[in-house]
Every structure is written in structure tokens, then in C-alpha cells.
Design a protein around this ligand. Structure first.
Ligand code: ADP
Ligand code: ZN
Length: 619
């Protein structure tokens, strides 16, 4: 362990502080114990040390600075780039009975004056502020006069000039070391490879920080990839029936598609809104706010949506078009299940995606080495889609993390994919591409293979080719699956310069000569074990009708209370708390206090309403 740098505390004092932190965790937050690295991080901060905290989304980073700030004397300052989120974060803290505030330019002068006064007189426990505001000299002067318990720098990877989220203001946060000597600083992030981690430490001038690195695994996320069926919309509906009344995000590629899909879903009885960069600011803000506040709304979005989505009860993230890379996939699916409850990451893809994405890269204006990198990322993503091993293990391996056993919570673990010897099929398909002159896309090649007598076949005289009709043993959908896998494996490429004409790569020679046998995975469109169903859904599978009625009634009460208090429903109580109410049926305030997420302030505020409802539903 490194030497505590400032404000060293004796072990006894530190132990006492940790006990106090645990007490607040239980009484104020209603949680029974620390999770993962929280205890170690809180201990270090209570001792006055700097820390670098890397934890996946939903790992519980906020408690790592909130608790020490509540235990230590003075106000904890939290620097966050996302002004839009501060309001909800602060509202949630206040609902717990914590004295929290934010400071930004959207506030009236009166409100700002109130916040400043509470900071000066030492009653403010947590202050949220954006970096640009913090760095103004009037804010700096104000904070230097106040007593600070700690400084937390959230989304610390924004300091990295090579990252996607770089913010110039973050670079100036290195001043904090000199401006506030003796105040422990924590830098927190969910995305940082080893190089970025060190960049954070250096650029923020953290002082001999302990590094707390949690794994990337998101155990509550159920991963599932299916090949696109002939009817993609009904395939999507199958997913949605498992998540009726729940919030989710559907990612797709084009703006137009988000709008069409959102309208169609709403018609089907699944309230949905589009979100993309082409909407006006006002519309985007409105849709985002509704997504946060309304229960069970679906956001159909392009990748423009996501940064700063801090909604804990997103129950599914669906990709109906391929994401750009595994990094993007991990980040996008990471928005599901932040509350630790079961959530589903679902994706469909097909031959068309493989062809289209490859073409987009080939045709882009980017320099060649950039294209090579993107091509490599696409290949890694596609290989992951086709994998027959545990998806979680493969995903974590991509990020350099070892995951030992099958996870039991992904499609390949729960329904091990069947494989088949596709050597002969591959030979037929490859020969057909060759015989038609490597000049046609998938449509025509498959027509010839299946012996379809189309106009084009007639015009070109392809009905006379030796490969005409040799593929009748498989269906068109099956052939598309074979072709897709041959492309992913690199045997066939689509030439963007020639309208996506299929071209053989030199690698297919041994295959054509029969020197190599090829095993492919059987395409699965949707086949789920009952265990998989249960793992992917929060509406507890073992609920009987009586439970279900109570569950719905609790959600309705939560919605009403949220509306009255102008809060998102999950701030009132999270899903987990409602589920425990269904399972344990508390009858008194004491019993209610035992539930996860019920502290004293919540009890005072909402206890009676929920107890009354529970009483009405007694069996
Ligand atoms: P992050 O900022 O790392 O994405 P959060 O701090 O928002 O994660 O926490 C994610 C969820 O986990 C929240 O719903 C939070 O209330 C819950 N949580 C965090 N720590 C604990 C704990 N010790 N016990 C129970 N729930 C916790
Ligand atoms: Zn698995």
C-alpha cells in the first residue's frame, strides 16, 4: 500500500469513519453492505488519499465519493461534464434526505445565492458542478473559502486527448492539486484502457493515487445474438413481449429508420420515441426527458443517443443494425441494467449488414491505415457474432480480461449452438460465384444456386451454367447464412467498387479442392430455453397472478408519487425494492426498512402509501 500523502489518520480513527460510512449506507441509502471495491475505495478516501477508480457502468461509483463526503467534514465537490444529469442526481440525493445541490448557469441568481450560502455556512454536503464553472475564478475563490471534504472528478477519461469524449476543460483540472492541497481527489471512469488510466493520473496530477480497477463484466446482462429472420419485425416483437411495460433502447443506423420504427412500435402498443442528431435540440431534450421520467418508454435511437444516460432501469438494449465495433457494442449495451437487475442485450444481424458495413468502410474517404483499423474492428465484431463459445467470455477477452468459466447467462451457454459440416455447401456456393464470373451480388448468385428462372438469369443465359440449381437442398435463408459466415471467415468479399459483387479470396482454394473441411454454426433465429427467458426478464418469472397484480399496482403507485414530486419513478424506489415488496410483503415500517433501497427518509416520505397498498393486497 502506498503512503497516505495528506491528512493521515490513525487506523482507529479510520475504522471509526468506515463504520460511520456503513451506517449511512444502511440508514440513508437502505443498502445492507458495500459492493465490490467500494469498501477499499471509501477507506482510502476517508484516509485522505487520492484514488483512480475504474468500474463498469452500474458498478456503484457514486457511493465511492458520496459516502466519504458525508462522513468527512465539509462539502464534497463533484465535477461532472453532464449538466443535464445534475438535476436528477441532486433530486435523487435530496429524496434520500441528503443536502445536495448543483451550481450552473441555468439557475436563477436567487437559487445560486442560496447554494453559495449553504456552502459558506458549511451545511451543504455535496455540490455538483461542471468543469467550466468550477474553473471560473469566482467559483475557485468561493471554494477556497469553504471547507471541502473531497473532490470527485467523474467521467475522468474526458481528460484523454485521444478518447472520444475529450473535453478541453478537463485538462485544466490539474490546477486542483495546487488550489486545494490536502483535499483528497478521486478520478472515476467506466472506460479507460491502461494507457488512458495513466494519462488520467498524470494529467490530473493525482497524488500517489491508489488504483482501483474492477473488471469489465456486467453479470446481470444477458447477451443474445440471433440471425435476422425473414420477418425482422415479428422477431423484434418477440423480444418486446418479454419486456412489456419496461424501458429499453433500440439502436439502429439511420435517422429515417428510427422514426419509422418508433411510429410502428407505438401502433403495436409499445410506446416509443425516435432520437437522432437530425431532431431539433428542443425535441431531443423533450424525448430524453420523457425517457427518464416515464415508465416503460422505448427509445429508438441512432448512436447519437446515450452519452449521459443515467437511467438505472433500462431493461433491454436491442441492436437491429450492427454496431460499429465491439467497443461501441459494449458501451451501448452497458446502458442496460445499471441497477444490477436482470437486463437483456439483444442483437439481430444478417448478410446485408455484413455486406453494407464492409462497403461503407471501403468507400469512405478515410486514409488507408484508418480503413484497415476499422476493417479489423468490424471483423472482430463479426467473429464475435458468429462465435460458438460463451459470449461473455469472448467479449471480455477482447478487452484483455480473462473470464474463466461458461457464464450461464448468454445464448451460447444456455443453448449451445449446433454446428454442421458445411464443406460441400460451401463448395457449391463458391463455385457458383466463380461460374457467374464474380460480377454479381448475393441476390443473383443465390437465384442461380437455387435454380430460379428469373428474367436476369434468362438474359444472361445462366440457366445453362453447371451450378444452376445445385443448391436446392437448402433454403434461401440457409444459403444467406452460409454466405454470411463465409464472408465473416474471409473466404468471400463484396467489392464496393463494383456494387457489392461477390469475389473469392485466395484462401478458398484449399476449400474448393477439398483439402479443408468447413464447420459452420447452425443459424438460430429465436430459440430460447425457459431458463434464458427467466434470466433476461425482471418481471419475476415465478410471480403468480396475485403477485402480478400487486407488482402492477406498486408500479402505478410509484408512478403517481414520482409525478407528484416531479421525479423519475426509479428515484422513488428502484425495481429491486418493488420486487422485494412483492416477495416479502412487509406489513410494518420496520419490515419496510429491511428492504434494499429503503432508508429513513424514504420511509418517512413514501412508507405509508406503500404500506396501505400492500395491506389492500394481503391475501
Ligand atoms: P455507476 O456510477 O458506477 O454506473 P451507480 O453509482 O449509479 O453506478 O450505481 C449503480 C446502481 O447500484 C445504483 O442503482 C445504486 O443504487 C446501486 N448500488 C451501488 N452500490 C450499492 C450497494 N452497496 N448495495 C446495493 N446497491 C448499490
Ligand atoms: Zn456465456
Amino acid at each position: 500500500m502506498s503512503e497516505p500523502e495528506h491528512d493521515p489518520k490513525t487506523t482507529n480513527e479510520a475504522n471509526g469513519d468506515l463504520d460511520r460510512a456503513r451506517e449511512i449506507l444502511q440508514q440513508t441509502y437502505g443498502y445492507s453492505d458495500f459492493r465490490g471495491l467500494q469498501e477499499d475505495i471509501i477507506t482510502a478516501t476517508l484516509q485522505g488519499q487520492d484514488a483512480l477508480v475504474l468500474m463498469p457502468t452500474g458498478g456503484g461509483k457514486s457511493l465511492c465519493y458520496q459516502l466519504p463526503a458525508l462522513v468527512r467534514e465539509g462539502t464534497g465537490v463533484i465535477i461532472s461534464p453532464l449538466i443535464a444529469l445534475m438535476q436528477d442526481q441532486v433530486a435523487a440525493l435530496r429524496d434520500l434526505g441528503i443536502k445536495a445541490a448543483f451550481l450552473n448557469s441555468t439557475q436563477t441568481p436567487e437559487t445560486q445565492a442560496e447554494v453559495i450560502a449553504s456552502l459558506r455556512n458549511g451545511t451543504l454536503q455535496l455540490l455538483y458542478v461542471a468543469p467550466e464553472r468550477l474553473l471560473q475564478s469566482r467559483t475557485v475563490n468561493l471554494l477556497r473559502e469553504a471547507q471541502l471534504s473531497l473532490i470527485a472528478i467523474d467521467e475522468a477519461h474526458c481528460v484523454s486527448q485521444w478518447g472520444h469524449d475529450f473535453r478541453a476543460d478537463y485538462l485544466q483540472l490539474d490546477q486542483l492539486a495546487e488550489l486545494f492541497p490536502g483535499v483528497p481527489r478521486l478520478a472515476l471512469t467506466a472506460t479507460a484502457d491502461p494507457a488512458t488510466r495513466e494519462e488520467i493520473v498524470t494529467r490530473l496530477k493525482l497524488c500517489q493515487p491508489q488504483r482501483f480497477i474492477a473488471g469489465f463484466d456486467r453479470p446481470n446482462i444477458h447477451y443474445r445474438v440471433a440471425s435476422r429472420s425473414a420477418n425482422p419485425r415479428s422477431q423484434l416483437l418477440q423480444l418486446l413481449t418479454r419486456h412489456r411495460g419496461e424501458s429499453g433502447i433500440i439502436y439502429c443506423m439511420s435517422r429515417k429508420r428510427t422514426e419509422g420504427m418508433a411510429a410502428w412500435l407505438s401502433e403495436q402498443g409499445y410506446p416509443a420515441l425516435p432520437y437522432h442528431a437530425g431532431l431539433s435540440n428542443a425535441q431531443r431534450e423533450d424525448h430524453q426527458a420523457r425517457f427518464l421520467r416515464e415508465d416503460g418508454l422505448i427509445m429508438v435511437a441512432t448512436i447519437a443517443f446515450g452519452m449521459g444516460i443515467d437511467k438505472p432501469d433500462v431493461r433491454f438494449v436491442a441492436h437491429i443494425d450492427l454496431p460499429r465495433s465491439l467497443e461501441a457494442y459494449y458501451q451501448e449495451t452497458g446502458r442496460a441494467g445499471r441497477d444490477g437487475q436482470p437486463a437483456e442485450a439483444w442483437m439481430t444481424y444478417g448478410l446485408q449488414d455484413v455486406v453494407k458495413q464492409a462497403q461503407m468502410i471501403q468507400q469512405s474517404q478515410a486514409p488507408d491505415d484508418r480503413k484497415r483499423i476499422e476493417r479489423g474492428k468490424l471483423d472482430a465484431l463479426l467473429a464475435w457474432c458468429e462465435t460458438t463459445e460463451c459470449r461473455r467470455r469472448a467479449l471480455l477477452a477482447y478487452f484483455g480480461e480473462d473470464y474463466p468459466a461458461p457464464c450461464g447467462n448468454c445464448d451460447t451457454c444456455l443453448e449451445p449452438p449446433q454446428t454442421w459440416d458445411a464443406t460441400e455447401a460451401a463448395q457449391k456456393l463458391l463455385s457458383c460465384i466463380y461460374r457467374t464470373g464474380q460480377r454479381f451480388g448475393a441476390g443473383h448468385v443465390l437465384d442461380v444456386l437455387l435454380g430460379r428462372d428469373t428474367e436476369r438469369v434468362q438474359q444472361l443465359g445462366h440457366q445453362h451454367l453447371s451450378t444452376f440449381g445445385i443448391g436446392r437442398g437448402l433454403t434461401a435463408i440457409q444459403w444467406r447464412g452460409v454466405l454470411r459466415q463465409l464472408m465473416v471467415a474471409g473466404y468471400v468479399t463484396a467489392d464496393a467498387e463494383r456494387y457489392g459483387a461477390l469475389v473469392l479470396s485466395p484462401d478458398c482454394r484449399p476449400l474448393l479442392r477439398g483439402e479443408l473441411r468447413l464447420t459452420l454454426r447452425e443459424d438460430v433465429q429465436e430459440q430460447r430455453s425457459r431458463k434464458a427467458q427467466a434470466l433476461a426478464s425482471t418481471a419475476p418469472a415465478d410471480m403468480d397472478l396475485h403477485d402480478e397484480a400487486l407488482w402492477e399496482a406498486l408500479r402505478e403507485l410509484r408512478r403517481d408519487l414520482a409525478q407528484q414530486n416531479n421525479l423519475p419513478p426509479y428515484v422513488v424506489f428502484q425495481d429491486r425494492t418493488l420486487k422485494e415488496m412483492v416477495a416479502l410483503r412487509p406489513k410494518s415500517a420496520e419490515q419496510l426498512l429491511q428492504l434494499t433501497g429503503v432508508g429513513q427518509a424514504k420511509l418517512d416520505r413514501y412508507g405509508e402509501d406503500f404500506l396501505t397498498l400492500l395491506h389492500r393486497h394481503e391475501r
